[in-house]
Design a protein around this ligand. Structure first.
Ligand SMILES: Cc1cc2nc3c(=O)[nH]c(=O)nc-3n(C[C@H](O)[C@H](O)[C@H](O)COP(=O)(O)OP(=O)(O)OC[C@H]3O[C@@H](n4cnc5c(N)ncnc54)[C@H](O)[C@@H]3O)c2cc1C
Length: 406
């Protein structure tokens, strides 16, 4: 990727910027206000529909599927321009667009692509990810939720089991689900991938209350949930390859969560240092901001490099985890710095001080990216083994049939 826009890229940037200037301001989220889940979801749907109607949804997807048929660089340009506004984006759109569409696009059949992709781009369908279970997080292939064929010859599948940490499952329409269809083979081989309508009888979603007071994620229980074979994505037993497609999208997409360093700099400049100057006059604050800025730039360019690889049909593999690792670490550092700049008021905020409530929320929330989508330690192991060629972890269960594992 050339960091300077080519003439056609510059033209696309100008066009996107003008369109956003005309349409985005009406959808910008109010500063310092946390909307109820249902309202946030509705705003995401409306913004997604606006983007679709404007012709900017699914920049790299073929026009036949409702996308724009653009290049991966166009997608980067669009993301950069869109990030100038605080627009309603979240798991409703990121799981659908960042995870469900790639897996359906790559492993689904023509009928499934036609059924789900454009509806998701329009904001008509929202998605949750039903992967993790009580004994299957970092070791995802250890999952126990079972899918067995119904014995009535219909070809339907009957799902039983439990998922956990299913973000937004209480609000979304569909889920991407991985389940075990064969316990007689090693754990990575007996898995199959499905999409499931969250309103199907037998699905019970129980919200989990978090330290922040919010309930973003859930336990999801499946009791004799019947789903048609038309909801199976890819071949029976090929679920692990589908999971890898999803996780690559999740990790590579992470840094598009944007950067708040500009805001942090503004904040430092607006915070008195008690000596007649501002926090920005203090050397240690400037140093911390400069480090965060440099890290954010390096992360962004590295992400651009990986996206360029993807655009050439190359697979970044475990390198995609490096983007998420760097982003998660920086997020914790910068939200910690924001709390530090705020001083004692960051802990004992006045009830009316919405800005500090926001900072506190971000600080508490900043820990999650070190776990969600793959814990730091596990990503480091993958990078050590697959990128640096270091000796692998011991995996005694790798070739043992799942049913024989203790
Ligand atoms: C905010 C948030 C949202 C999430 N949303 C979803 C969602 O929508 N859908 C979904 O399916 N899941 C979701 N998850 C779950 C997430 O994917 C898992 O939490 C994650 O994969 C870690 O698994 P675990 O929690 O079971 O931890 P464990 O796997 O039990 O790990 C616990 C600790 O042990 C360490 N560890 C484990 N194995 C190794 C190893 N081999 N080497 C070194 N250290 C190791 C880990 O690094 C970690 O520190 C979400 C999680 C969070 C935090």
């Amino acid at each position: 990727m050339d960091f300077n826009d080519s003439p056609s890229e510059a033209a696309f940037r100008a066009e996107a910027r003008a369109w956003l200037a005309a349409h985005a301001p009406a959808h910008v989220l109010p500063e310092g206000v946390r909307l109820p889940d249902t309202e946030q979801a509705e705003r995401e749907r409306v913004w997604q529909r606006t983007v679709y109607d404007g012709g900017y949804a699914g920049i790299v997807l073929p026009t036949a599927l409702g996308g724009r048929g653009g290049s991966i660089i166009d997608a980067v340009i669009w993301a950069e321009e869109e990030a100038r506004y605080n627009l309603p984006h979240g798991p409703f759109t990121t799981i659908g667009i960042g995870m469900a569409i790639p897996v359906i696009g790559k492993h689904g059949n023509g009928e499934q692509r036609a059924r789900f992709i454009e509806a998701t781009l329009k904001g008509d369908l929202t998605w949750c990810q039903l992967f993790s279970e009580p004994s299957a997080g970092s070791d995802l292939a250890n999952l126990r939720t079972k899918a067995v064929r119904a014995d009535d010859g219909s070809g339907d599948w009957i799902i039983n089991g439990q998922k956990v940490w299913s973000s937004w499952a209480h609000l979304t329409d569909w889920g991407i689900l991985v389940a075990r269809t064969d316990g007689s083979v090693p754990k990575h081989k007996g898995l199959t991938f499905f999409v499931v309508d969250m309103k199907t009888p037998g699905i019970e979603v129980r919200p989990i209350r978090q330290i922040s007071g919010a309930s973003d994620f859930n336990e999801t229980f499946f009791t004799d949930v019947r789903i048609p074979d038309a909801n199976r994505i890819g071949a029976v037993g090929e679920g692990w390859a589908c999971c890898m497609t999803v996780l690559m999208g999740e990790r590579l997409g992470t840094a598009s969560h944007g950067s708040r360093i500009g805001e942090l700099m503004d904040y430092a400049q607006a915070t008195p240092d008690g000596r007649g100057g501002t926090a920005l006059d203090q050397g240690h604050v400037r140093l911390a901001l400069a480090e965060a800025y440099a890290e954010e730039r390096a992360e962004r360019w590295f992400q651009a490099r990986l996206r360029t690889m993807v655009s050439r049909g190359e697979n970044p593999g475990a390198m995609a985890g490096m983007v998420k690792l760097a982003y998660a670490r920086r997020l914790q550092k910068t939200s910690g710095l924001a709390m530090e700049l705020r001083g004692p008021a960051a802990i004992a905020a006045a009830a009316a001080d919405a800005a500090t409530r926001d900072l506190q929320h971000d600080y508490i929330w900043s820990t999650v990216m070190r776990i969600a989508g793959g814990a730091d330690e596990v990503l480091r192991n993958q990078i050590a083994e697959r990128v640096l060629g270091m000796p692998g972890d011991i995996r005694a269960d790798k070739d043992v049939p799942f049913d024989q594992l203790r």
